[in-house]
Ligand binder design. Structure first.
Ligand SMILES: [Zn+2]
Length: 413
């Protein structure tokens, strides 16, 4: 069945997994949100069992859970390795036809008659000359997010079971519905039993992500006064206009469109309502809690100003916490990130700490007592038709994970 027997096993696995449509579905309330994810989850159980992990199973919540027993005599903390099987609802993941581009020599990669992947879109292509690049055919996403992570973890297991790498106890988890923010809702951290964990769900080779945004949402409700428009003079207060005014006066330099790196933003995501009442939903993001608090003040100030401008209008702002920067937890366990950095170096790569302009399952787990930074997979342009990954990048991920588990055993000796 596998046509690409010349490729290393991590790539063969990856090509097998992207053939499964595992798109998650925000509109569904089932777990997993789409039954199609279960097909791949079940395949992964079979593959782990075939490799020799006899305890591999789907737990009560349909997470794939498996253990790799320690092969050293001394005690080593149990390390978890986690990846998710679902793909983003933003782009179809059905009938993915992976395209293999061996010996990349620079320049654009043609996906189909209409689309090409260019180094301008993805400057990291420049670091992969001579490598084998995998893309979709431009009509779907590829699914490197996060099947490159799944393939790397299972290939690590295969390598460890050969027995020549000394390592402590490992726990493996494959989750679902990460892309719709429900990845770890029912994940049983205690039963998982790892002391520390890593999600293998990042991008650029060498990058270890130890920070996420601090994130809140806000709902601004504008109350107007509705009367018959024919007799509204001096009496009507149009809530839609109050809401529109608030959106128009949001600080332009603090938008997603105008920020990157460590800058935060205030982002209106939905507006609805009528003359009587209108609602604006926003998300607030910053890496620092203090700056998030400033964003709250900015919105409250805009609300007061709108009330002053529209006599008779009332504006309420309600904030809700979404998630917090995982560095707040990881800083209390510095060795978790330090060993990931050292493992990257030992794999012959250049490590770099970076921050995620979003959340991760690892952030949620960190705050539930399982410190979990995020390790690269080598994939790029996630959630799009241009998504790509180099075979060599996935191998570099496997090498890094191998060094990482061996480092934990070495450091605990
Ligand atoms: Zn992902």
């Amino acid at each position: 069945m596998d046509k690409h027997t010349e490729l290393p096993s991590v790539a063969q696995r990856f090509l097998r997994y992207v053939g499964y449509d595992t798109q998650s579905d925000e509109a569904s309330s089932t777990r997993p949100s789409s039954a199609r994810q279960l097909k791949l989850l079940r395949l992964l159980v079979e593959e782990l069992q075939a490799l020799g992990l006899s305890d591999a199973h789907l737990d009560d919540h349909s997470y794939v859970i498996a253990s790799v027993p320690s092969n050293v005599a001394h005690s080593v903390p149990t390390i978890g390795l986690i990846a998710h099987v679902d793909t983003s609802p933003e782009m179809t993941g059905a009938d993915v036809k992976p395209q293999i581009h061996p010996n990349y020599q620079g320049g654009p990669i043609k996906l189909n008659a209409e689309y090409q992947l260019t180094p301008e879109q993805s400057p990291e292509l420049a670091t992969h000359h001579g490598h084998t690049i995998i893309t979709s055919d431009g009509t779907t996403l590829l699914g490197a997010d996060n099947k490159a992570g799944v393939a790397s973890i299972i290939t690590l297991v295969e390598r460890l079971l050969r027995g020549d790498v000394r390592h402590g106890p490992l726990r493996i988890a494959f989750t679902y519905d990460e892309e719709i923010g429900r990845g770890t809702e029912t994940f049983d951290v205690e039963a998982f039993g790892a002391k520390y964990a890593y999600t293998v769900d990042g991008e650029t080779v060498g990058h270890i992500e130890n920070e996420t945004f601090c994130a809140d949402s806000a709902v601004i409700t504008c109350h107007g006064v509705n009367v018959h428009p024919g007799y509204a003079k001096g009496r009507m207060v149009n809530a839609l206009k109050v809401a529109a005014e608030i959106v128009a006066r949001l600080p332009a330099g603090q938008s997603p469109e105008a920020t990157d790196g460590r800058e935060g933003y205030i982002h209106p995501v939905a507006i609805s309502g009528g003359v009587e009442q209108a609602t604006v939903k926003l998300i607030l993001r910053d890496f620092e809690l203090e700056k998030l608090a400033v964003q709250h003040q900015q919105l409250l100030q805009l609300a007061r100003e709108a009330e002053a401008r529209f006599a008779g209008a009332k504006v309420e702002v309600v904030f809700e916490e979404s998630y917090r920067n995982m560095r707040l937890v990881l800083d209390q366990h510095p060795e978790v990130v330090e060993l990931a950095i050292e493992a990257t170096r030992r794999a012959g790569l250049e490590p770099k700490l970076s921050c995620i302009r979003g959340g991760t399952d690892g952030a949620a787990l960190s705050f539930r007592g399982l410190p979990t930074p995020n390790i690269f997979t080598g994939g790029h342009l996630f959630h799009s038709r241009f998504e790509w990954v180099a075979v060599e990048a996935m191998q570099a991920t496997v090498d890094t994970l191998t060094e990482l588990v061996s480092l934990w055993a070495e450091r605990s000796a």
